[in-house]
Design a protein around this ligand. Structure first.
Ligand SMILES: [Mg+2]
Length: 308
């Protein structure tokens, strides 16, 4: 383990370095606090033995600087000739972890450094646990936001995403479109082929739409056999074109059954463009939904735009 020694007295520095080296430490020795600070800023050091009185930067000031910096925890042991408790309190307040008085007893120094290493080990374990927790939290957040069957965002993440997109559009005075996509006669697929096949159709449609969308578009499961896509930067005409393209993607999909039959489905779409600068997304979704109903009523497998 690496250890940094800061001591301006040459003889003490040599004694310290030799002792620490003989205990297996990898020693870097410097002669003042400023130099020690430079080493700490450059190299990852976890253990510091520092003299109190040194030119340029004293031990307590070095400790203070370390505690204010955002670096991995450095266990700092101050060497001092002061034995009065006011001074010890001053050093501890500055951020030192422990003290040893000069002239030091080597066995005591070694034992105190052992305590420091135990604390550093605990720090490392804690950091590992925090990492694990953060990773687990990230996974949970992803699971909570994803529809497990379609493997795309769920209704909850749709609402978060459209909130973000609509606020950005309001700030930038730009437009975005919403596309509601509903698989036609899906109940018949379930009735005829069973729910397992129905699920395969749902995931195939979701995968095909996720694959066909533009790079800044986002697709979500809205509910049941209904999906919703958010598409930033659209005009009414370009959004209608995108809707047509997605309709064709669904219509050309073939989902293979076990008996070799290929299930084909179609989808009805309702699309709406949010007026430039509008932050209220609920109305746009409502328009897209109305347009979807119009597509259903007009015979399905079609795209209806609002405004027309
Ligand atoms: Mg000194």
């Amino acid at each position: 383990m690496k250890i940094l020694v800061a001591e301006d007295d040459r003889a003490t520095r040599l004694i310290l370095s030799r002792a620490l080296g003989s205990w297996g430490y990898d020693v870097i020795a410097v002669s003042d606090g400023e130099e020690a600070w430079q080493v700490l800023s450059r190299e990852k050091m976890r253990l510091l033995v520092s003299d109190w009185e040194m030119p340029r930067l004293e031990g307590p000031d070095l400790c203070r600087r370390i505690r204010q910096a955002s670096m991995a925890y450095v266990y700092a042991l101050l060497l001092t000739t002061h034995k009065d408790s006011d001074r010890i309190v001053e050093g501890l307040d500055a951020g030192a972890d422990d003290f040893i008085t000069k002239p030091f007893n080597p066995a005591e120094l070694r034992a105190r450094l052992g305590v420091g290493r135990r604390i550093l080990d605990l720090q490392d374990e804690l950091a590992l646990k925090v990492d694990e927790l953060e990773r687990a939290n990230g996974q949970l957040a992803k699971i909570a936001a994803t529809d497990p069957l379609m493997n795309i965002g769920n209704r909850r993440s749709f609402e978060l995403a459209i909130g973000r997109v609509s606020q950005k559009a309001a700030r930038e005075e730009s437009r975005y479109g919403v596309l509601m996509i509903d698989i036609d006669h899906f109940k018949q697929v379930n009735d005829r082929y069973g729910h397992a096949m129905g699920d395969r159709v749902l995931s195939a449609v979701a995968a095909a739409l996720a694959n066909a969308k533009g790079p800044s578009d986002e697709v979500f499961r809205y509910g049941g056999e209904e999906l919703v896509m958010i598409s930033p930067g659209q005009t009414a005409a370009s959004l209608h074109d995108l809707g047509e393209r997605l309709r064709e993607v669904v219509a050309s999909l073939r989902v293979a059954c076990q008996d070799g039959e290929a299930i084909r489905v179609t989808a009805s779409l309702g699309v709406a463009v949010a007026p430039a600068g509008s932050a209220r997304w609920e109305a746009v979704v409502e328009y897209a939904d109305q347009a979807l109903y119009a597509s259903k009523n007009a015979g399905r497998n079609r795209v209806t735009s609002i405004p027309r």
